[in-house]
Design a protein around this ligand. Sequence first.
Ligand SMILES: Cc1cc2nc3c(=O)[nH]c(=O)nc-3n(C[C@H](O)[C@H](O)[C@H](O)COP(=O)(O)OP(=O)(O)OC[C@H]3O[C@@H](n4cnc5c(N)ncnc54)[C@H](O)[C@@H]3O)c2cc1C
Length: 238
Amino acid sequence: MNRIQTIAGLRENPDVDVLVIGGGINGISVFRELALQGVDVLLAEKGDYCGGASAALSRMVHGGLRYLENGEFKLVRESLLERDRLLKNAPHYVAPLPTTVPIFDLFSGIANGAFRFLGLSRRPGRRGALVIKTGLAMYDFFTAARRIVPTHKFRSRAETLKVWPAINPAIRNSATYYDAWVSHPERLGTEMLRDTMNEKPSARALNYARISLGDAGLALNDGLSGEPVAVKPRLVVN
Ligand SMILES: Cc1cc2nc3c(=O)[nH]c(=O)nc-3n(C[C@H](O)[C@H](O)[C@H](O)COP(=O)(O)OP(=O)(O)OC[C@H]3O[C@@H](n4cnc5c(N)ncnc54)[C@H](O)[C@@H]3O)c2cc1C
C-alpha cells in the first residue's frame, strides 16, 4: 500500500492489530514475519529505513566465537546458522571474511576461559594455542553439515613466518578462520521491506512517521505533512 493510501486508511480507521515502532533491521524483520503470515501490521519509522544502528554497525556477521568461552554453545550454533543463511540468501551483500589470529603461547586463556564459563570472570585476556584450537574446532563442528565457508587453518611458527615474514618473531602459531561481513546492511533491510510489499501488497509501512504518546493515545506524525494521525494498535512492538 502506498503512503497516501496508508495515511488515508488510518484516518478512516485507526485500528491496527500490531504496530511496529522502528524500521531498523529488527523492526523490518518483525514486520516481514507478521505481514507474510497475514497479520494486520503497520511499521512506522521516524527517519529513513535502516538509518539508525542498522546502518552503522561494524559490518561483521559473526557466529560469536568468543561466546564459546562463556559456554553459550546454543547461541553460537544459532548465530552460525544465521550467518550461513545470510551467506546463502544474500550473497550480493554478505561475503566470507577470513580472519587471522596471531598466537603467542600454548596455555594462555585456559584458566580465564574456565572462570568465564563458571561466570566468575568477564575479563578478556590473551588466548593460547589450546584455547583457540578448541574454539575453532567447535566452530567447524557446528557448521559441518553445511560447510559454506572453509574450515579453519592452524599454522606452525615456520608456516606463519613463511606467509608473513615481517610478523613479530615471538609468534608461536597462527590460525585463520572464516566469518562473514555485510557490505550494505541498510540495503539488506530495504530489500526485505520491498520483498514483503511485493508478497503482501496490503502490508503497511511508513518512513518519516514518528510515533509519539500523547493524552489521546498513540499518534503517528506524518513527517511530510506535519499532521498527526491517530493509531490504535492492539499490540505494540517497540
Ligand atoms: C558501534 C556498533 C557496532 C556494531 N557492530 C555490529 C556488527 O559488526 N555486527 C552485528 O551483527 N551487529 C553489530 N552491531 C549491532 C547492530 O547494529 C544492532 O543490533 C542492530 O542494528 C539493531 O537493529 P534495530 O532494528 O534493533 O535498531 P535500529 O537500527 O537502531 O532501529 C531502530 C529504529 O527505530 C527508529 N525509531 C526510534 N524511535 C522511533 C519513534 N518514536 N517512532 C518511529 N521510529 C522510531 C529509529 O529511527 C531507528 O531507525 C553494532 C552496533 C553498534 C552500535
